[in-house]
Design a protein around this ligand. Structure first.
Ligand code: GLN
Length: 545
């Protein structure tokens, strides 16, 4: 008897009307409810950009660069998938137009199309389908939720739509389409309007795809008359128009979807029998979030991106989520405030305003702007004993601050900012220097998961309760071991080292309640069900303050 081949199921999530209405959270939440039915689920992001990866995209335009264990620089939605599904994704779960075309062109050069004319259709969508199937196989999943970036009607994502259509044509019982659309309630009308979504559904029809579901995002609940209208004009059954009003926490969405029975409705579309959903851990989480009693004030100090708080928070979404997860763990609500470090450069005394915060956090970053202001803020956190966590650049600059102000080597710097400093506390290795000289920027940083051996008795070892940890990196510069002994003698200790390269990954101050700088990005591995130990520790000390 031949071995039964696992049938693969695919749920495509596409957007209508406007971006930024929660397509990523919808994708993640659909994954979460199907996982809560016992399916092994994976998720993919198809990013329409020509960029080969998100590493070369502007974070203020595109949002955070989310790094996978295997070192891929991907879209921030991948972070939501990992957080909601509690799984680890890899580079197979992410594709861009640039990546797809690169493969097709490489294949053409290798005569893999055996002398055929290589065409946009079918060869490009075929490569997209191959990648989707490879991701499912890679993770041995029962089903994949695939989010197509952008909104329907754009030129950019048309080939991803075409791939979805082709896949459905070949496997009509295995593919479902979800249109996440926006239903505005204009203030002068005071009524939820379905027209933009009707247009989006029709535009989607123009690509040969009929939505099986409409997730009706909006400020309010989708009422009966509007549900009927959507069904009539969009060709989607009333039952499959899913109400998705604004929520105070994104982690409510899986529960809201299940209130509408979305999971079993998707199973029906995929020709699978209905199953029970076990949402108990989501219910516990939401109770915890709603029941928080205390507040923790946290300053996030960095250069101001100049396009408003919204963009800032998108650029640091994993950091924000990690802080929330840890705060909820302590039954607290985090009050995050963005502090523009350039203010401290104009007015040195302004750092005193940091006194009101329970903790100070400096996230990752690049470049020279606002750096002196960040260093002043770090000095304040060190001297005033305010709990401090420095992530990547936040660790590097904590070292610079210490060498300048405690070891009294005032010229100390990172060579990223001053490449001729006499005290390069943070330096660059010859390989990386060559990458920079030769403009080889794409995908060449120190990327992905590296082991780190923790030093016994340190705050980090206490937090992790493990000897060796693995965390994700994304940086080009690194700690200069020439300064290690002198720094340790003066009170800044190394708490973690990579066993292969001997690179310093964690520094800590001994004479301080909690002052930890990490060369990696712990925020990428935090999830609501499993808050990250370093963030949990930071907030534990913040609460004590
Ligand atoms: N700019 C620093 C480096 O490249 C830090 C990077 C970061 O914070 N992600 O090493």
């Amino acid at each position: 008897m031949s071995k039964k081949v696992k049938s693969q199921k695919f749920v495509f999530v596409v957007g209508g009307v406007l971006s930024g209405v929660g397509k990523g959270v919808t994708t993640s939440s659909i994954g979460a409810i199907l996982a809560a039915k016992g399916f092994k689920v994976t998720a993919l992001k198809a990013d329409p950009y020509i960029n080969v990866d998100a590493g070369t995209m502007n974070p203020t335009e595109h949002g955070e660069v989310f790094v996978t264990d295997d070192g891929d620089e991907t879209d921030q939605d991948m972070g939501n998938y990992e957080r909601f599904l509690n799984i680890r994704l890899s580079s197979t779960n992410y594709m861009t137009t640039g990546r797809v075309y690169t493969t097709v062109i490489e294949n053409e050069r290798k005569m893999k199309y055996k002398g055929k004319c290589v065409q946009v259709v079918p060869h490009v969508p075929e490569e997209i389908i191959r990648r989707i199937k490879a991701a499912v196989k890679d993770s041995d999943a029962d089903m994949a939720i695939i989010e197509i970036g952008g909104t329907v009607g754009e030129y950019e994502n048309i080939l991803f739509m075409e791939a979805a259509r082709m896949l459905k044509l070949k496997n009509p019982e295995d593919v479902a389409f979800v249109l996440v659309s926006y239903l505005p309630v204009p203030s002068h009308i005071g009524e939820m309007k379905t027209k933009p979504t009707q247009h989006a559904a029709r535009t989607l029809n123009g690509t040969g795809i009929n939505a099986d579901f409409i997730v009706a995002r909006g400020p309010e609940v989708l009422d009966k008359p509007r549900r009927e209208k959507l069904a009539t004009f969009c060709g989607v059954s009333e039952a499959n128009c899913i109400s998705a009003p604004d929520v105070s926490s994104i982690y409510e969405v899986p529960i809201n979807f299940e209130k509408e029975g979305l999971g079993n409705k998707i199973l029906k579309t995929l020709h699978l029998p209905a199953r029970k959903t076990d949402l108990s851990e989501w219910i516990v989480l939401n109770k915890k979030i709603q029941g928080t009693k205390k507040e923790i004030k946290i300053a996030v100090v960095g250069k101001y991106f100049g396009t408003g708080d919204y963009t800032l928070s998108d650029s640091y979404i994993s950091v924000i989520e990690a802080v929330k997860h840890a705060a909820w763990h302590h039954n607290a609500t985090p009050l995050l405030e963005w502090v523009d470090s350039e203010v401290f450069e104009q007015d040195k005394k302004a750092v005193k305003e940091l006194k009101k915060f329970d903790a100070i956090l400096v996230p990752g970053g690049f470049g020279t702007r606002g750096i002196e202001g960040i260093i002043s803020a770090i000095q304040y956190a060190r001297e005033e004993k305010i709990p401090y966590l420095g992530l990547c650049y936040g660790m590097q600059l904590a070292c610079v601050e210490f060498v300048r102000n405690v070891l009294k080597k005032e010229e100390a710097h990172t060579v990223e900012v001053d490449d001729s400093t006499v005290h390069p506390v943070i330096h660059i290795n010859p390989n990386q220097a060559q990458n920079v000289r030769e403009n080889r920027y794409g995908g060449t940083m120190r990327l992905g998961a590296y082991d780190c051996v923790l030093v016994k008795g340190t705050k980090s070892a206490q937090a992790y309760k493990e000897k060796t940890i693995s965390e994700r990196h994304r940086h080009r510069y690194e700690f200069n071991n020439d300064y290690r002994a002198e720094m340790e003698a003066a009170g800044m200790h190394v708490a973690g080292v990579n066993p292969e390269s001997n690179l310093v990954e964690i520094v800590e101050l001994t004479e301080h309640p909690f002052f930890v700088g990490v060369q990696f990005h712990p925020e990428f591995k935090s999830s609501p069900m499993k808050p990250h130990p370093l963030f949990v520790s930071l907030l534990q000390y913040a609460l004590k303050k």
